[in-house]
Ligand binder design. Structure first.
Ligand code: NDP
Ligand code: MG
Length: 386
């Protein structure tokens, strides 16, 4: 029986690579639903190739164009948030790949969990903003959340077959991004084009900027905290510029396990899709001869976003959702060239400082905090611009 896969965000970097994997295993996987935001041409092409039951563009005008392009095809086309939610719970889906970027992934992910559908999670912002709610709902519904993020896939694989009570520490690796060796002065004039040039990974714009500011690692610390139910104080970050060791776990006896591989997201994606099986494939294999592996502590003075994420996680409540929202707004403003690279952490810090944290928030509280933080961050950005 083929595993039935739906993909939220199929037009993006992770979505396209997921379809690459599916294309290589036509006897194993079948596509049920695909979604994008505005990319009509890309989704039309995907629908023609994979023939899902449902295709969704959240942007209404783009969805109308898609309908016209797909006249004569049996795929149903929907639009807007209702469409995204319908795709998340598309009947017959065994596994939902959540590869939408940002907080927009939270509602559909929760809907799928509520419907008892297993999740292959790329959309880390969902766990950052509402980790306690998402993990509690998954436990209640008996739903598995299988990580796609390479570091979390590595940790997941290292923990397999080991009793989690023996886990002492997670060592999360980070490439350090394009500015690892830049001086603080050099960071002042960084352009979006420079920040978008990641040394090891080809990813969507938002996560690439997050990698350059090291906010990505901050978000991943929080993601690991929720996925593996481990205190933040037991998660350390190691800068590992080669991106070969995808992360490590240390057990109570001091033994350390690591997962290694070339920097290619299709490997963790394939593992999430085929879990608990391992499928032979044609991806490039790791060759360690001549390969240097080095590790350094992160510079949290030059890259304060990492420290802000730890702080938000320690305080908890609505603060992680606020940090996530302020970061999304600041990154978008940087990409529009409205603020400088170093203003990103300043916007986040200022938004955090204005927030009255609500402990033990429910889902509505998280949405209120997200909306509040976006408005505050926009106001702070305007003040920086004037
Ligand atoms: P991309 O920007 O490449 O793709 C984002 C996807 O989400 C696209 O399909 C886009 O549609 C869609 N989208 C954008 N905005 C909305 C919205 N408001 N509502 C619904 N859909 C929307 O991102 P990535 O693939 O790089 O990243 C996706 C997620 O995976 C992120 O959370 C990221 O942190 C995580 N991740 C990514 C990795 C990578 O290697 N890329 C590695 C590890 C994690 P459209 O194209 O039509 O605009
Ligand atoms: Mg990662």
């Amino acid at each position: 029986m083929k595993k039935q896969i739906s993909i939220l965000g199929s037009t993006g970097s992770i979505g396209r690579q997921t379809l690459d994997v599916i294309r290589s295993f036509p006897d194993r996987f079948r596509v049920r639903a695909l979604t994008g935001h505005k990319n009509v041409a890309q989704l039309a092409q995907q629908v023609k190739e994979f023939k899902p039951e449902l295709a969704v563009l959240t942007d209404t005008k783009s969805a109308r164009e898609l309908s016209q392009l797909l006249a004569g095809y049996s795929t149903r086309v929907l639009s807007g948030e209702e469409g995204l939610l319908a795709a998340a719970v598309c009947p017959g889906t065994d596994l939902l790949v959540t590869a939408v970027v940002g907080f927009a992934g939270l509602k559909p992910t929760l809907s799928a969990i509520d419907a008892g559908i297993d999740i292959a999670l790329a959309n880390k912002e969902t766990l950052v903003a509402a980790g306690s709610i998402v993990t509690a709902k998954a436990a209640e519904k008996g739903v598995s959340i299988i990580p796609i993020d390479s570091e979390h896939s590595a940790i997941f694989q290292c923990l397999e077959g080991n009793n989690p009570k023996y886990l002492r520490r997670i060592l999360l690796t980070a490439s350090g991004g394009p500015f690892r060796n830049s001086s603080p002065e050099e960071l002042i004039g960084v352009t979006p084009q420079e920040a978008l040039r990641h040394p090891n990974w080809d990813m969507g714009a938002k996560i690439t900027i997050d990698s350059a500011s090291m906010m990505n690692k901050g978000l991943e610390v929080l993601e690991a905290h929720w996925l593996f139910n481990i205190p933040l104080s037991a998660i350390d970050v190691l800068v590992h510029p080669q991106s070969i060791v995808h992360s490590l776990v240390e057990f109570t006896d001091g033994s350390v396990l690591a997962q290694l591989g070339p920097p290619d997201m299709r490997l963790p994606i394939l593992y999430a899709l085929s879990y608990p099986e391992r499928l032979p494939n044609s991806l490039a294999k790791l060759d360690l001869f001549g390969q240097e592996l080095s590790f350094f502590p992160p510079d949290q003075v030059k890259f304060p976003c990492l420290a802000y994420a730890y702080e938000a996680g320690e305080v908890g409540g609505t603060l992680p959702a606020v940090v996530n929202a302020a970061n999304e707004v600041a990154v978008a403003a940087f990409l529009r060239e409205e603020i400088g690279f170093l203003t990103i952490p300043r916007v986040i810090r200022a938004t955090m400082d204005l927030h009255q944290v609500l402990e033990s928030p429910n889902l509505d509280d998280i949405f209120v905090a997200d909306t509040w933080a976006r408005q505050e961050a926009e106001g702070i950005i305007k003040a920086f611009m004037s």
